[in-house]
Structure formats: structure tokens, C-alpha cells
Design a protein around this ligand. Structure first.
Ligand SMILES: [Fe+2]
Length: 181
């Protein structure tokens, strides 16, 4: 395999570990530690070279395995997502994001009577996990391109976007895989 970037992600698994994880997995949501390990392994063993597109971030599903799937994303400076969850109308997904190169910023909604945003910087080599109820956004706030590898379990069929203002968090629209990204 030809990695897109050097294997700087600290947490990786051998082939046997991944095959074992896939073979034994029942349909359902994988635990966050497994998602994190899979994201690190796939990120370190990429065969598809990402593209950068001016219109919006570039995204391709690169793998569909038992109980999970992996997406490769490429972000030019300033590109990002709206606030979103990973369920849309059904089948919420948990996920893990491994930054392959560059830097990304994650904005996570902290629920409560007065929801706010928590900002987390994600550097190359870092992996963040997202549970199946998190509402967050990701953005390339840096001045360099960034690439990230995302693993979702059981898979990402749809996302609901949200608006956040002084009145709280309000659902906005449903985005569907294959149609909207
Ligand atoms: Fe997300």
C-alpha cells in the first residue's frame, strides 16, 4: 500500500487485528476504542490519493466493512461542515476521525439549557472519537490543506444539520450520503 502521508498516527493495528475485528463484528455500533484503532490503521495505510476541490471539501467512501465504513476527506483552507449529527432520521452512527495531514478544528456542541461550542484543535497524527449523539462541526481553520480519515459505525447514511444561536440548537436539514456529499 502507498500511504498518502508517513504513518505518523501513533495507534495502529496489524492486519491480523483488523481482520479479526471485522470477522467477529456483529452489525451494530463498534466501541469507540475500536473505531479509534480502525481510523488510525486505515489512515496509515491509504491507497487512494485525496483530491482537493474548490467548491467544497472532497469526500470519498474508501471502505465498507462489517459494522463500519471509512471515508477519506480533503479540506482546503476555510472549508468545513455545518453543525451536524451522524444520524439524520435513523440509524445514528458513532465515529472516529484521524487527521492524516494538516490541521482541523472540531466544534462540539455542549448540551444544556444554554448550549455552547467547545473548540478542539486536531493535529496530524491525532484521532478524535464522536459518539452517536454528538452534534459537531469540523473546519480547516489553518492556511494549509488538510486530509482526514473518518470511520463510522454502523455507517453514515445521513446527517442532520443544525443552527445554533442565542435561542439554542435547532434542526435545519437532512443530508444524505450519495446525494448531498
Ligand atoms: Fe461529523
Amino acid at each position: 500500500m502507498n500511504p498518502v502521508a508517513p504513518a505518523r498516527l501513533g495507534r495502529t493495528l496489524g492486519d491480523g487485528a483488523v481482520r479479526s475485528a471485522a470477522a467477529g463484528a456483529a452489525p451494530g455500533v463498534l466501541e469507540s476504542a475500536r473505531l479509534e484503532a480502525l481510523a488510525g490503521f486505515y489512515a496509515a495505510n491509504l491507497t487512494l490519493r485525496p483530491r482537493f476541490t474548490k467548491g467544497s471539501r472532497w469526500a470519498r467512501r474508501v471502505l465498507a466493512g462489517p459494522g463500519h465504513e471509512a471515508w477519506l476527506l480533503a479540506w482546503l483552507p476555510g472549508q468545513g461542515t455545518d453543525l451536524h449529527d451522524h444520524g439524520g432520521v435513523a440509524r445514528p452512527a458513532a465515529g472516529a476521525v484521524a487527521v492524516v495531514s494538516g490541521r482541523l478544528t472540531e466544534y462540539t456542541v455542549e448540551p444544556g439549557d444554554f448550549p455552547g461550542l467547545r473548540r478542539t484543535a486536531l493535529e496530524a497524527g491525532g484521532i478524535a472519537t464522536v459518539d452517536d449523539r454528538t452534534v459537531h462541526a469540523m473546519r480547516n481553520d489553518s492556511d494549509e490543506p488538510a486530509v482526514s480519515l473518518h470511520v463510522y459505525s454502523p455507517g453514515l447514511e445521513a446527517m442532520r444539520t443544525y443552527l445554533l444561536d442565542e435561542t439554542g440548537l435547532a434542526p435545519a436539514k437532512i443530508l444524505r450520503a450519495g446525494a448531498d456529499w
